[in-house]
Design a protein around this ligand. Structure first.
Ligand SMILES: C[S@@+](CC[C@H](N)C(=O)[O-])C[C@H]1O[C@@H](n2cnc3c(N)ncnc32)[C@H](O)[C@@H]1O
Length: 209
């Protein structure tokens, strides 16, 4: 069983220095995708190895996972993949990292922690203030992908994003994955578990307008 981390803990107030795109990636001009709450990064390793015309960045709050993932990426010499440790809110809210948001083509929130108790809702990754920051700095046309197996969390995330007038829901039926960060529809670890256990998946894609 994994340990839940309280993202509001003061331990995460200090943010590591974020390298420039040129320092993070072999070719900094490639399309950039950000996966928030990437855990050990297996999903991003799978993506980065297949789609070498994209750069992939993962943010994860569990430091040990990030250290191991960074080491693995270096050892395997994968130069379109990078990991940053910390609370994604604090990282992306910091002035030194706004360049990340403005360079993104897409962001994924895959199976975020649900924080079921009402008094813990403020620990959820998607918050109105966070969506505001994204909406202020993302380029038009950038996509946000959300996916969860918890209906209540889905409704909450959907309401929070859709309440921001800078985001519009896309028509998922017609969505063409072949041009996206995940053309082969690779699954995350949690997604594989959810499918194996025949649980529901709730997902939506939004576009910055
Ligand atoms: C349920 S796991 C899902 C992992 C993976 N995305 C998947 O689909 O298999 C949620 C992940 O988000 C991370 N996380 C939670 N809050 C976070 C935050 N504020 N910033 C960065 N990562 C966070 C957790 O540590 C955990 O690894």
């Amino acid at each position: 069983m994994r340990q839940h981390v309280n993202p509001l803990s003061r331990n995460f107030n200090e943010i590591e220095k974020i390298p420039s795109l040129v320092e993070m990636f072999g070719d900094s001009k490639l399309n950039l995708h950000l996966d928030i709450g990437c855990a050990a990064g297996e999903f991003l390793f799978d993506l980065a190895l297949i789609n070498t015309s994209w750069n992939y960045l993962g943010i994860e709050i569990r430091e040990k996972l990030v250290k191991t993932a960074k080491l693995k990426a270096r050892e395997k010499e994968i130069n379109n993949l990078y990991f940053v440790f910390g609370n994604a809110h604090n990282i992306l809210n910091d002035d030194q990292s706004k360049f990340i948001i403005s360079n993104l083509k897409s962001i994924s929130f895959n199976f975020p922690d649900p924080w079921f108790k009402k008094r813990h809702y403020k620990r959820r990754i998607i918050q109105p203030e966070f969506i505001n920051i994204l909406s202020n700095y993302l380029q038009r046309g950038t996509l946000i992908f959300i996916k969860t197996d918890v209906k209540d969390l889905f409704d909450y995330m959907d309401f929070t994003i859709a309440s921001n007038f800078n985001f519009k829901k896309t028509d998922q039926q017609d969505f063409n994955y072949s041009d996206s960060f995940n053309p082969n529809k690779i699954k995350t670890n949690r997604e594989k578990y959810v499918i194996d256990n025949q649980l529901d998946i709730f997902e939506r894609i939004y576009i910055k307008i």
